[in-house]
Design a binder for this molecule. Structure first.
Ligand code: DLZ
Length: 152
């Protein structure tokens, strides 16, 4: 984990089934988030991984809901929303955050929140887990979700 006050956690996901739901907007950043999530899943010894791609972050909650209802130990939601010149940013961010929270609380399936909500592309690249990035939010979402599964 990274950022002020973030805990250092080590997770073991042996035997868990994990579903990654990933949006497709902002290809370079998404490739970094996905690669970070895959690295973290391998490091946690998770063998059963399903990946579902959707068009945008707005579509993440329905994909997460379907995965949770079909049976998975945790969902990792990955997306990138970058502020533009219209209020669209707020609507997509709100739909993704509220929707994913609702799925998690309603189903009891932990959702790792790996959706970047950024003012510009550089902020997203800094957090994408790419070479030169300061942070790896895809990996952090995996660690948080597995830690929550284990805690519950
Ligand atoms: C329409 C749109 C815009 C403008 N920006 C983004 C973005 O930065 N990140 C993202 O994940 N998705 C974006 N979308 C697409 C919406 O999430 C959604 O896919 C469309 O509104 C169609 O439902």
């Amino acid at each position: 984990m990274s950022g002020a006050g973030a805990p250092q956690i080590t997770v073991d996901g042996t035997g868990l089934r994990i579903t990654v739901v990933a949006a497709s907007w902002h290809t370079e950043v998404m490739d970094g988030l996905l690669a970070g999530a895959r690295r973290a899943l391998a490091a946690a010894n998770v063998m059963h991984v399903k990946e579902i791609r959707v068009p945008g972050s707005f579509e993440l909650p329905v994909a997460a809901a379907r995965a949770a209802e079909r049976g998975t130990d945790a969902v990792i939601a990955l997306g990138v929303v970058i502020r533009g010149g219209t209020p669209h940013f707020e609507y997509v961010c709100s739909a993704a955050t509220t929707g994913l929270t609702d799925v998690s609380v309603r189903t009891g399936v932990p959702v790792g929140f790996g959706v970047l909500t950024c003012d510009d592309e550089q902020q997203a690249l800094d957090r994408a887990g790419l070479p030169g990035s300061r942070e790896d939010k895809g990996a952090e979402a995996v660690e948080a979700a597995i830690a929550t599964v284990v805690a519950l």
